[in-house]
Ligand binder design. Structure first.
Ligand code: URA
Length: 200
């Protein structure tokens, strides 16, 4: 797909989300003057990171992972020498759930098709999920339901599936928000980023 076409398709996604009145989170977005968080980065990225949902900082700015977890994500990218502009960062939900509560299944149903369209556009070689929600959604979607176990057993392993651009490698990672406060997870996450680096 040409660069311009990719841009246009991403714009369509943004416009549809901006007027997503059937979402239970739409009213909450307007009431708080929040922005939807569509995603950020290269439309030709080899690695697509998928988080859960925007937090408050993200909803205020429209930028994914720009708060405390984002800072740590930046540190991890720096650790493997990968500029943030070269990857793509998105979430399953594009609007912030109140008090950062877990996404409801009905919300995932509304927002996930946008993420799938982003995957179709970017055709990443590697999908790196951040946290349990993204991991479960992606593993199920890519026919890997039977490989789902505890994140403590799965993290850093490479799963292969059929993606829109051929084989896609899926790597489940701890969510940086959890790892910030857990030294063990932090070390593991750093090692798992080295795995990511080895895949591109
Ligand atoms: N946590 C997420 O899952 N996504 C963000 O964009 C920020 C924090």
């Amino acid at each position: 797909m040409k660069k311009e076409n990719k841009k246009e398709k991403m714009r369509e996604i943004r416009d549809e989300i901006l007027s997503l009145k059937n979402s239970p989170l739409y009213k909450y977005r307007l009431e708080n003057k929040y922005h939807p968080v569509i995603g950020q980065g290269s439309h030709d990225a080899d690695i697509l990171f998928i988080g859960e949902a925007p937090g408050e900082n993200e909803a205020k700015t429209g930028i994914p992972f720009c708060g405390a977890s984002g800072k740590f994500l930046d540190e991890l990218l720096l650790h493997i020498g990968l500029p943030r502009e070269e990857v793509y960062i998105a979430n399953i939900l594009k609007d912030r759930p109140p008090q950062n509560r877990d996404p409801h299944p009905a919300e995932i149903e509304i927002y996930a098709p946008f993420l799938l369209r982003q995957i179709e556009i970017i055709k990443p070689k590697v999908i790196a999920t951040l946290g349990r929600f993204a991991m479960e959604y992606i593993m199920n979607k890519f026919g890997l339901t039977e490989s789902i176990t505890k994140i403590t057993d799965m993290h850093g392993k490479v799963y292969e599936a059929k993606g829109p651009g051929g084989t896609v490698k899926i790597v489940a990672l701890f969510h940086p928000a959890v790892a910030i406060y857990n030294a063990g997870n932090k070390t593991e996450l750093k090692k798992d980023f080295e795995v990511l680096k080895s895949l591109i």
